[in-house]
Design a binder for this molecule. Sequence first.
Ligand SMILES: Nc1ccn([C@@H]2O[C@H](COP(=O)(O)OP(=O)(O)OP(=O)(O)O)[C@@H](O)[C@H]2O)c(=O)n1
Ligand SMILES: C[C@](O)(CO)[C@H](O)COP(=O)(O)O
Length: 230
Amino acid sequence: MNVSAVIVAAGKGIRMGHTVNKVYLPIAGKPVLYYSLKTFDEIDWIKEIVVVVSKEEIEYCKENVIKRYFFKKPVKLVEGGSERQYSVYNGIINTERNCEIITIHDGARPLIEKEVVLKALKEAYLYKAVALGVPVKDTIKVVDEKNFILNTPDRKYLWAIQTPQVFERNLIIKAHQKALEDGFLGTDDTVLVERLGYKVKVVEGDYRNIKITTPEDLIVAEAFLKNNVL
Ligand SMILES: Nc1ccn([C@@H]2O[C@H](COP(=O)(O)OP(=O)(O)OP(=O)(O)O)[C@@H](O)[C@H]2O)c(=O)n1
Ligand SMILES: C[C@](O)(CO)[C@H](O)COP(=O)(O)O
């Protein structure tokens, strides 16, 4: 399999409330972004890693992540956009044209495990579009603007979607281009493929594959790493 990995790290980390972008904050002494890079670097099917960073942070990322730690695979840095979707688009169009599959991952999800990525890659070979996800543990309510409950969807059909999300290269580029043309902005990449009428397969991921969003997430991630439960 010839796979390119795109890791998006060009967000602002507003909800973290820190002066430094959360993907460069340390967990157990190393930047958040280091961990997923390392995991993808260890997967043989992956031939290159494209990291999407904001223009102002390109030098910082190069010095403090890419050069500081040793990665075996070529790592390309490309500029991000004002929304996650635009950052992903710039990442995927900068992958090698001969790659068949692209795996898209949030740089803010450091705890992704190699075995889980491999499972998603294998399924992508069969289904062309897959997302990792976990069944939700809470009861989910749909509410109106005033927070009154409208309905309670059956939990057995509700999954919390994570990254990586894995696609055939041509399909995901086409899906992003269509969204751009239509002015559609989604909160993940599968929704862009769903809009084209394709079926997307959800593959069971890992509850520990959290997205670092607010300060307590750093504590949880560090606890997982320090207790060596990954
Ligand atoms: N314009 C953007 C926005 C987000 N991301 C990346 O997308 C992932 C998930 O986004 P999120 O957690 O929302 O990150 P931020 O946008 O940084 O956070 P916030 O919404 O709190 O500002 C992160 O790895 C983030 O760096 C990106 O590459 N480009
Ligand atoms: C893509 C994603 O990780 C799926 O859960 C997530 O939607 C991206 O983060 P955001 O907080 O919604 O921007």
